[in-house]
Design a binder for this molecule. Structure first.
Ligand SMILES: Cc1cc2nc3c(=O)[nH]c(=O)nc-3n(C[C@H](O)[C@H](O)[C@H](O)COP(=O)(O)O)c2cc1C
Length: 277
């Protein structure tokens, strides 16, 4: 079996772990160990590792900050073991997927709970999340726009009342002004509820889901099912199905597809917990 071990490292910790992994594999496989680069990969198993920076994979900004700090410390006469490799983030998207090759991710990080430290391995494993993230954000921004529209102009939902009751709005206002005002209040509340739901879903998607936290996946599944399901049932009951209402079907279908592509891995499929001590 052929194994390629690619790593990013600045101060050598991740390089040392990559080295240890390669050593462990050598009796069983032909191992190619090297800092990450754009070179070709001829392997049945690919192992990729990186240090954790700011809860995830090192970014251009975190690497720049590190470079500046190293320059300042060197200017003060400190001796540093600072030997930065290329950035994993630059190459990870080019790693071919879907050809049956197995990929394992590892990282180095502080010796604390992963909730506190974050994990570069998890970010690498979940890079495919970003397509799902865009889809979920678009759908939930749609809900936000709809909710804001209903909250600002609750009268936009009047066609639903007219379709359900087979009476015109003016008839209701003429018959009972207070009931008409109450119905408008409920429409406003529906809009406000949609805004609150969408803001929460967008916040969870943009933070915890993006970091690959399992609870966020479940929260988005449950929240979107409820958030889209309730107005969809309402639309069916009142019999008001227009273009906008059809978009709800498209939105929830897109969200389910995005979530299906990013089902959280079970405990046994997690990347190995290699911790820098
Ligand atoms: C800019 C920067 C940000 C970091 N952020 C985190 C972090 O969010 N969580 C963590 O556990 N460790 C963090 N660390 C610690 C590194 O992940 C850890 O020291 C790692 O082993 C460094 O790997 P290297 O020696 O291969 O460069 C950070 C280090 C740096 C320099």
């Amino acid at each position: 079996m052929k194994v390629t071990v690619l790593f990013e490292s600045d101060y050598g910790n991740t390089a040392a772990i990559a080295d240890a992994i390669a050593e462990g594999l050598r009796p069983h496989a032909q191992v190619d160990l090297r800092p990450v680069d754009g070179g070709s990969i001829d392997a049945d198993l690919l192992v990729v590792g990186a240090p954790t920076h700011v809860h995830g994979l090192p970014s251009a900004r975190s690497r720049k900050a590190l470079e500046q700090e190293a320059a300042e410390r060197e200017a003060k006469g400190e001796t540093l073991e600072y030997h930065p490799t290329a950035a994993m983030r630059r190459f990870i998207d080019d790693i071919p997927a879907g050809d049956g090759r197995k990929v394992a991710c590892f990282d180095t990080r502080f010796d604390r709970s992963v909730i506190l430290t974050g994990s570069a391995a998890r970010t690498m494993r979940l890079r495919r999340l970003r397509y799902a993230l865009v889809i979920i954000l678009l759908a939930d921004v749609g809900v936000l726009v709809y909710g804001a529209m209903a909250a600002v102009a609750p009268s936009a939902l009047i066609p639903g009342y007219e379709s359900y009751s087979s009476r015109t709005w003016l008839e209701l206002v003429a018959a009972d002004t207070q009931t008409a005002a109450f119905v408008l209040l409920l429409f406003w509340l529906l809009g406000a509820y949609n805004v609150a739901f969408a803001v929460l879903a967008i916040a969870i998607a943009a933070t915890a889901f993006r970091r690959g936290e399992g609870w966020a996946w479940w929260a988005l599944l449950a929240g979107n099912t409820l958030g889209f399901g309730a107005p969809m049932v309402y639309d069916q009951i009142v019999g008001e199905i227009g273009v906008f209402e059809m978009l709800e079907f498209v939105g929830i279908a897109a969200i389910y597809a995005a979530l299906a592509a990013t089902v959280p891995a079970g405990r046994s499929r997690r990347p190995p917990d290699l911790v820098h001590r």
